[in-house]
Write a protein that binds this ligand. Structure first.
Ligand code: PMP
Length: 437
């Protein structure tokens, strides 16, 4: 496009390619582009639109707060910030009762790491390879997947451990494997790193965009016990998995393991306004006593975002959406298993609630992935063609590497699920073309 000044402006969609659609609106579980085409949202956008695209209660709360005061800025003085902190503490596990607010998941993780370092006086942080924690310097440094590469060397002091990735377990899970059991692998790393130097271990309890890796039972507890033995802070990044996504309020609830610090975002406002929280245990805040932790951003606890979150929390409860997500888990799983009977490209199905990963392969026996973990444009072609086939037929599915994220809004109806699965069925035929006969 040429402007009045004669500048040629490249479309922002350079990130999405010149042919990227122009999305203009949404309703329920669908959204529409400028040409009037409608798409069923099977990934809740960035796995954040938990309540769909037209939740009246959240929309009203945003409008009301804009009217009442959107520019009131000292978060600690605002009634709506206090209200949200209390309401959030009602649903967070264990004694995670103190909230620090921020604008994004990355910022929430930055706060978590800083708190852990300050509390322990140690500097190292142990994170996992298959993980994403955000795009700011610290959050990207603890991220393990290749999105971190361009930011390296990053913030010093990060050590990585392997993932409880049972589908590709090098030691042949389910035989007792130190990596998939959690604690033994961590304990071994600590021998080399010195536990007295390690401030925190940060993990996504169920890995999100790096492959929907669900740990075996006992894994998180084993990490918890190992951290406790060495006075290390355990941080759970629930930015993607919080607020019913996996069928419980937080993914860690399934195993009844409480971290020292839990970060959340996305589902907190169901995507209507950016907001994130770092929920901190009483044990940690008791140490802070009356001193103020030097943390804050201009928009820590923006009133409009907090009002949206209060309304979203109401809706989750009022409409029983956590229970609904839990009930949808087996329904989604049986749809996906039926698809696996027909499509050799489906290598693995894993997840719970409204959070599922379909791992696509070229060969089920060898488990050769459909595309490598970090494919270049050519190698990515099969996955690109698969998601384009779905999108072209009106279904939005987020993919990363060889994994498709099936993560619809928690309000999705049975009929909409069937509609989406029928399109997925067709799109998977494209992936099947790359499988070995
Ligand atoms: N942690 C996890 C697990 C995430 O999935 C994301 C974003 N996808 C982030 C952190 C970063 O959140 P944000 O993009 O809001 O900074």
């Amino acid at each position: 496009m040429e402007t009045a000044r004669g500048k040629v402006i490249r479309s922002w969609s350079a990130q999405g390619g010149a042919s990227a659609p122009r999305i203009v609106g949404g309703h329920g579980c669908h959204f529409q582009d400028a040409e009037g085409r409608s798409y069923l949202d099977f990934s809740s956008q960035m796995v954040n639109a938990n309540l769909g695209h037209s939740c009246a209660s959240v929309q009203d709360a945003v409008r009301e707060q804009v009217g009442a005061g959107a520019t009131l800025g000292r978060p600690w003085d605002l009634a709506v910030v206090h209200e949200l902190a209390d309401r959030l503490a009602e649903v967070t596990p264990g004694d995670l009762n103190t909230m620090f607010f921020a604008g994004s998941g990355a910022e929430a993780n930055e706060a978590a790491i800083r708190l852990a370092r300050a509390r322990t006086g140690r500097s190292k942080v142990i994170a996992r390879y298959r993980s994403y924690h955000g795009s700011s310097a610290g959050a990207l440094s603890v991220t393990g997947d290749p999105r971190r590469w361009h930011g390296e060397p990053g913030v010093p002091g990060v050590v990585r451990m392997l993932d409880p990735y049972t589908y590709r377990c090098p030691a042949g899970h389910p035989s007792p494997c130190p990596v998939c059991s959690g604690g033994p692998h961590l304990e071994e790393l600590l021998q080399y790193e010195g536990p007295e130097n390690v401030a925190a271990v940060i993990v996504e309890p169920v890995t999100g965009s790096s492959g929907v890796v669900v740990p075996p039972d006992g894994y998180l507890r084993s990490l918890r016990e190992t951290c406790d033995r060495h006075g290390i802070m355990l941080i759970f990044d629930e930015v993607m998995t919080g607020f019913g996504r996996t069928g419980t309020w937080f993914a860690c609830d399934r195993w009844d393991v409480v971290p020292d610090i839990l970060t959340c975002a996305k589902g907190l406002t169901a995507g209507y306004v950016p907001l994130a929280a770092t929920a901190v245990s009483d044990r940690l805040t008791d140490w802070l006593a009356d001193s103020v932790f030097p943390y804050g951003l201009t928009y820590s606890g923006h009133p409009v975002a907090c009002a949206a979150a209060v309304a979203a929390l109401d809706v989750y409860r009022r409409d029983g959406l956590i229970e609904r997500a839990a009930a949808l888990g087996p329904v989604i799983e049986s749809h996906l298993r039926r698809l696996a009977d027909r499509h050799p490209s489906i290598g693995d199905i894993r997840g719970s609630g409204c959070f599922w990963g379909l791992e696509l392969v070229r060969d089920r026996t060898s488990r050769e992935p459909l595309v490598p973990f970090n494919p270049d444009a050519t190698a990515a072609e099969p996955m690109r063609r698969f998601s384009a086939a779905a999108f072209g037929a009106g279904l939005y599915v987020l993919t990363n590497g060889n994994v498709a994220l099936i993560a619809p809004p928690l309000i999705i109806s049975d009929a909409e699920l069937e509609e989406g699965m029928a399109v997925l069925d067709k799109a998977l035929s494209v992936a099947d073309e790359y499988t070995t006969p």
